[in-house]
Design a protein around this ligand. Structure first.
Ligand code: SAH
Length: 355
């Protein structure tokens, strides 16, 4: 935070404005080393370098998919994998960032689950992911196109990283920094109910998305074990409360990963519509065909099945959209983030090995 930097430099016997200068250099100009901050006196830069680092994440690999999606495999100072995805779209671009290295939730269809939780990321590590992706896409310090969106939909469960995530959002919203306001950010949760309630009370909050994946407790228990802790009834009750914090025209999103012959029948669609209509939620449903991986025992629903499922939802008055997979060929799509290296010869076992 800007204030923290001001106090930090004051502790070094420097005036507070130097802290503001560093904040702008890091977040507005998106510089990643003190050496580049040539507006600071040289000896001050040297003293800074002794005490602090301007960047902590190292870019280990960068992959570009056929559709232009880019995936960054980053490494923390303590050698843990972090993944970030840049998704170019016709009308706007999206940066998808991770809130944790690995993930503690054991969603059966998601590859990240196989890593387990390695560590929750700090606010700084979340912001740095965005900076790395923006610099690569637009150039160091170049203006961020209006409408660029952020989604906390990478590895990890953002609501188990609630404090650092909220701090990262405040840092990113700073006018003297990135100036990306929460209204351009969507946070996706597997259903950490107490945090849905807490988010509703946050002033200037991001948009909310909820991963549903099943219309019944029986099936959701199997696919997303978090459902045993907070079953659908409690989840939807929290959503209903959250609704009071929605702005005019705002909706929240339910994500529904489409698994061939598991959760994609017309009956499932009718049950889903009934569930959402019963709670009269101001929501839309994003249907995400499953992104496959050898390690996962599921296959994506066919395109016709997805369209039929969507049609059933719409016939019951539920707004539904199909999310086309992006960056599947570089393992950048939803649920594929597991620090997989795809340079030939390196780590043929696929998943990242911790040294
Ligand atoms: N933990 C958070 C955010 C990360 S997952 C959450 O669960 O919402 C982001 C989205 O990808 C979720 O909707 C999740 O259900 C979906 N997803 C996970 N694995 C997937 C896969 N293999 N194919 C398609 N979507 C997947």
């Amino acid at each position: 935070m800007r204030g923290e930097l001001e106090r930090f430099v004051e502790g070094m016997g420097e005036p507070a404005y130097r802290g503001r200068q560093i904040f702008a250099a890091l977040h507005r100009r998106r510089l990643r080393s003190f050496d580049e901050m040539t507006d600071l006196p040289k000896d001050f830069r040297a003293r800074l370098s002794e005490r602090a680092t301007a960047s902590t994440l190292a870019v280990e690999s960068r992959y570009v998919a056929a559709d232009g999606t880019r995936r960054y495999l980053l490494k923390t100072h303590d050698n843990l994998p972090v993944e970030t995805v840049f998704i170019p779209e016709e009308r706007r671009d999206t940066v998808c960032f991770s809130s944790q290295s690995g993930c503690p939730l054991q969603c059966d269809f998601c590859l990240t689950a196989r890593l387990g939780l390695l560590r929750t990321l700090t606010a700084g590590e979340m912001v740095e992911q965005i900076i790395i992706a923006l610099n690569d896409a637009y150039g160091v310090g170049a203006r961020i196109p209006r409408g660029t969106n952020l989604v906390a939909m990478g590895a990890g469960e953002p609501f188990l990283a609630f404090e650092p995530l909220m701090k990262a959002l405040r840092v990113m919203a700073d006018r003297e920094g990135l100036f990306i306001v929460p209204n351009r950010v969507t946070v996706s949760t597997a259903g950490v109910v107490p945090k849905i309630r807490e988010l509703a009370r946050v002033e200037d909050r991001p948009h909310l998305a909820i991963s549903l994946a099943a219309p019944t407790d029986e099936l959701r228990d199997r696919l997303m074990p978090i459902n045993k802790r907070w079953p659908l009834r409690e989840l939807l009750a929290a959503c209903k409360e959250f609704e009071e914090s929605l702005k005019p025209g705002e909706r929240f999103t339910f994500e529904y990963v489409m698994l061939d012959r598991v959760n994609d029948s017309d009956d499932d669609a009718r049950r889903l519509a009934r569930l959402l209509n019963r709670h009269k939620l101001r929501a839309k449903v994003n249907l995400i065909p499953h992104n496959p991986a050898d390690e996962l025992p599921y296959r994506p629903s066919s395109e016709e099945r997805v369209e039929a499922f969507k049609a059933v939802l719409e016939s019951k008055g539920v707004r539904a959209f199909v999310r086309r997979p992006r960056g599947r060929d570089i393992y950048a799509a939803c649920g594929q983030l597991a620090a997989r290296r795809i340079d030939s010869g390196v780590n043929r076992s696929g998943l990242y090995q911790l040294s």
